[in-house]
Ligand binder design. Structure first.
Ligand code: UTP
Length: 471
């Protein structure tokens, strides 16, 4: 041990991070070995570069220049039907898998557990994972195929996520068709000094490496090889916190596979921004390639810029729903491929202070976290398609404990959508002045995946004001 300790001490001194051994005397043998393992495996070259950039306040990712509006596909009903037919052929051929990024920390929501276990639906309080599982089950039944489901967890929530699935008998799916794997981590940096920090005397503080960590995690875990072995060619990827996501969308898959629109490497869905200053990433074109620009990187001038007809120039909001080809992901994770860039975010995170020997809970953001963003793969594609969709039908994220993008706002959007389906079938519903359903309505994926599926379902004639209906 002492020889190994001496080597690591040397390594730390070379990178000016010797304070990481401050808690050494308090550790037992096994914690000491764990700490040395962790220190040996840290990405030291990246750490030095990031530290320098924090100290000198250098922005490592200058925003792209010369942004042009993106090409968005808004198909006519006939075009959509043709795309859906193409998509169905791919699904029936067993070429499509689902993929959820569920490794986030969910700090804004403040839920004590993996976000996917959060009760999301307006009447039964069904957890997010159950909604996605039922959609997969319904699509499997409809098309007579297996749709494997890959879920990226984090080292922190992996065990709890697995336990949740086992406790719930995988929501009716076969366990052998669900594969979970944890994403990677990166050390967190002191936001002022750029130094690494300890989360306790024997552990360097780390955070998940962002949803863009999915690429390397897929390759490292064997998920990508599993897809290849199963003959999967298309990955339908989505975030864990949107209960309205269409996990398997025939039309979107068909667009992705249409050579007229796409090189079939990566496709995305967009919704129109609600207003020019909405804090969402927008699609644009740079040097003829599609990419997402974060709202913080879009100047106010560009954010409000409009076309001659008055429409916003950069109105296509990214809702983090993408299709990837397995081949494309494999090419991006080849050992020689360029890695995705790191993005820096200032966050609040508790840490162990060697000076006082206590855990500090900061009141203000105190660390810089490094994350990769999955949308940074877009410009790597030759031609990437964007499908126009509608917020009210496909996007009701649960991010915050209250207010916008909370469970309450999401459940209202869900009730409104299902209320609209029922209205089409002639059910009499209470509506308020703002056009929202004044009742809680929930339609599970096993009952209907689209409004048309309700045609054969027995429905009530009306729903009372303030009442609830679960189908
Ligand atoms: P968010 O950006 O909303 O982050 O993640 P979050 O961690 O869930 O929540 P906050 O910001 O701490 O409140 C969007 C999606 O990306 C996944 C999340 O699980 C969610 O599905 N994600 C995010 C990861 O899988 N890994 C990460 O490192 C970050």
């Amino acid at each position: 041990m002492s020889e190994r300790l001496a080597k690591i001490r040397e390594l730390l001194d070379a990178h000016e991070q010797g304070h990481l051994l401050s808690g050494w005397d308090q550790l037992d043998e096994s914690s000491r070995a764990d700490l040395l393992d962790q220190l040996q495996l840290l990405p030291w070259d990246t750490i030095d570069v990031v530290r320098e950039s924090i100290v000198h306040r250098v922005d490592s990712n200058p925003p792209p220049q010369d942004l042009q509006p993106p090409v968005v596909c808004d198909p006519t009903p006939e075009e959509a039907a043709a795309m859906a037919e193409r998509g169905i052929a791919a699904i029936k051929a067993g070429r499509v898998a689902a993929f959820t990024v569920a490794g986030g920390q969910g700090t804004r929501l403040g839920w004590n557990g993996p976000k996917g276990t959060y009760p999301a639906t307006p009447v039964s309080g069904k957890p997010l994972f159950a909604i996605f599982a039922e959609q997969i089950l319904a699509a499997q039944r409809r098309y007579g195929v297996t749709i494997p489901w890959y879920i990226m967890t984090s080292p922190v929530n992996d065990a709890a996520t697995r336990a949740f699935f086992l406790d719930n008998k995988c929501f009716g799916l076969q366990r052998s068709n669900i594969m979970m794997f944890p994403q990677g981590t990166m050390p967190s940096f002191d936001a002022n000094t750029g130094m690494l920090m300890l989360s306790d005397p024997g552990r360097v503080a780390e955070n998940p490496d962002g949803h863009g960590g999915a690429l390397t995690a897929m390759a490292r875990s064997g998920a990508l090889a599993d897809m290849q072995a199963r003959g999967i060619t298309i990955i339908s990827a989505f975030q864990v916190d949107n209960p309205l996501v269409q996990v398997i969308d025939e039309c979107f898959i068909g667009l992705h596979e249409s050579p007229d629109h796409s090189s079939g490497e990566v496709s995305s869905k967009m919704v129109a921004k609600v207003d020019p200053t909405e804090p969402v990433g927008v699609f644009c074109q740079v040097d003829g390639r599609t990419r997402v620009v974060e709202y913080s990187d879009l100047s106010e001038e560009l954010a409000v810029a409009s076309e001659v007809d008055g429409a916003l120039r950069f109105a296509a909001a990214n809702i983090a729903i993408h299709l990837y080809s397995v081949e494309f992901v494999a090419s991006l994770t080849d050992p020689g491929a360029d890695e995705l860039p790191w993005h820096r975010a200032r966050k609040k995170s508790s840490w162990w202070d060697p000076a006082t020997g206590s855990i500090i809970d900061p009141a203000e953001p105190n660390v810089v976290k490094l994350e990769r963003f999955i949308f940074d793969v877009l410009p790597r594609a030759r031609r990437s398609a964007i499908l126009q969709t509608h917020r009210a039908c496909e996007f009701a994220p649960i991010k915050n404990a209250s207010g916008q993008d909370s469970a309450a706002s999401s459940q209202q959007i869900q009730s409104d959508l299902y209320g609209g389906w029922l209205k089409k079938q002639g059910v009499d519903l209470p509506w308020d002045e703002a056009g929202h359903v004044a009742a809680s309505i929930e339609i599970g994926p096993l009952t209907a995946m689209r409004s048309e599926d309700l045609a054969g379902v027995e429905l009530p004639g009306h729903v009372d004001q303030g009442g609830s209906l679960l189908l």
